[in-house]
Design a protein around this ligand. Structure first.
Ligand code: NAD
Length: 421
């Protein structure tokens, strides 16, 4: 199925519905959570380096803010559409609720291919998009962060544009309008690697739970960007051998284990894993069929359908990406006894450290890397163990257990507050 016709939002809603059914959730609460609060589409002009005027389309979907300000990344990709952004926004609501972070869920995007834009063009697109969003974002209302195709530079430009749109006296209180900023702009130590770090904690904890010595195990990783690249380096430091990787440029296999630092440098210089000398080029199918204990998807949604699930020879999939497994893929994995650590748990390290960054901005503090790392580890292990326990108690898989914990947090909030007015 191509990405445009993949009903991503419905897939997420079906997970919610399954969890709601098992926990006897009141229909009112299901109804309240069935659609996002706001779906914003903006069209804005930007001049390219040749001086031509180009129109761009941007999105911001605000799913739910019961537990706190809307929170979620900004994606730059040529194929984005509203359904995908709705799904990603909803995932943020569930993730924050599961991790007990006082944020709601949102997601945004600009339909563009960032690889085809110069740094100056990306800056103008980012600034104009931020201007178009206007007061729909804000440090106490809706807080963007990086996602696929964006990083600290885009966050610095967003912050600067937003700060310059308010009065000078309020300017410095606006720093927390985005997270994932460079350190020099009020970013947090440990944010860049946070999502990969959270993935590594889940792999470690899964191994502990299954009495498997982590050292000497193998992992295959799809996507070698922010999440996949950091996960590779952190897992490799724990003694896990990265035996196959892949990205939009191709797939590589190296049964003896890749030198992840050298590969990382290759990706930084060349923009992808292809042509890296230390491994063999292989097909996408050969990548999925590579022998390993773990698979970390860290690219896009809908990458593992029944075909890929049938090829996988791993014991556990730890979802660095959002929504990487289709329902057919999940059914196949379940039938084959492959365990899945779901996205709303496994990749929650990013939003967790984003929360820490936001807190540091609010308090004008700078935490050390050691402080951030220790807090993140505590938060990830607590959430992991709660999900494992819930899965045992409910007799479900980890995904439905994670959704049910998140839903329970929202149910409590709605029951206490009632419906306004
Ligand atoms: P990124 O842009 O840094 O990297 C994306 C990677 O995916 C790149 O290596 C790219 O080559 C690869 N890719 C793109 N299209 C592909 C294709 N068709 N086939 C194979 N590989 C492909 O993005 P990221 O921030 O690392 O995000 C990756 C995933 O993790 C996304 O699902 C994102 O929503 C999720 N995520 C990111 C964060 C974060 O903090 N950045 C947090 C939580 C979840």
């Amino acid at each position: 199925m191509n990405q445009a016709s993949y009903p991503f939002f419905r897939v997420i809603q079906n997970h919610v519905a399954e969890a709601a059914r098992r926990m006897d959730l009141a229909p009112d609460i299901g109804a309240l959570l069935s659609q996002p609060r706001t779906e914003l589409v903006v069209h804005f002009p930007v001049r390219n380096d040749a001086g031509e005027l180009c129109m761009f389309t941007g999105y911001r979907v605000q799913h739910n803010n019961l537990l706190g300000p809307f929170k979620g990344g900004i994606r730059y990709h040529p194929d984005v559409n509203v359904d995908e952004i709705k799904a990603l926004a909803a995932l943020m609501t569930w993730k924050c609720a599961l991790l007990d972070i006082p944020f709601g869920g949102a997601k945004g995007a600009v339909k563009c291919d960032p690889r085809q834009l110069s740094a100056n063009e990306r800056m103008r697109v980012t600034r104009r998009f931020t201007h178009a969003l206007g007061r729909n974002i804000g440090p106490d209302h809706d807080i963007p962060a990086p996602d696929v195709g964006t990083g600290p530079s885009e966050m610095a430009w967003m912050m600067d544009t937003y700060m310059n749109s308010v009065g000078v006296l309020e300017k410095n209180a606006q720093r927390g309008v985005v997270t994932g900023k460079p350190l020099a702009c009020g970013g947090s130590h440990g944010r860049a690697k946070a999502t990969g770090q959270g993935v590594a904690h889940c792999v470690e904890e899964w191994a502990r739970e299954h009495r498997l010595a982590l050292k000497g195990t193998r992992v295959i990783i799809q996507g070698f960007g922010n999440v996949g690249g950091h996960a590779a380096i952190l897992l490799s430091a724990l003694g896990v051998s990265v035996v196959a990787v892949g990205d939009h440029t191709g797939y590589l296999v190296q049964p003896k284990g890749l030198d992840v630092h050298a590969l990382s440098e290759h990706v930084r210089v060349h923009g992808g894993v292809r042509n890296y000398g230390g491994a063999e080029l292989c097909s996408r199918d050969q990548f999925f069929a590579a022998e390993a204990e773990f698979f970390v998807p860290a690219a896009l949604e809908n990458q593992v359908s029944s075909h890929e699930a049938g090829l996988l020879r791993v014991r556990a999939v730890v979802e660095g990406a959002n929504g990487p497994i289709s329902p057919e893929g999940e059914a196949e994995l379940t039938a084959r006894g492959v365990d899945v650590v779901p996205d709303i748990l496994a990749n929650a390290g990013g939003v967790t450290v984003s929360y820490y960054e936001w807190l540091q901005n609010k308090r004008s503090e700078r935490w050390t890397l050691e402080e951030v790392d220790a807090k993140l580890e505590w938060a990830m292990l607590r959430a992991y163990r709660r999900v494992s326990e819930q899965a045992k108690q409910m007799g479900t898989n980890r995904r439905i257990a994670a959704y049910s914990l998140a839903l329970a947090a929202l149910r409590e909030g709605y029951e206490a507050r009632g419906i306004f007015p």
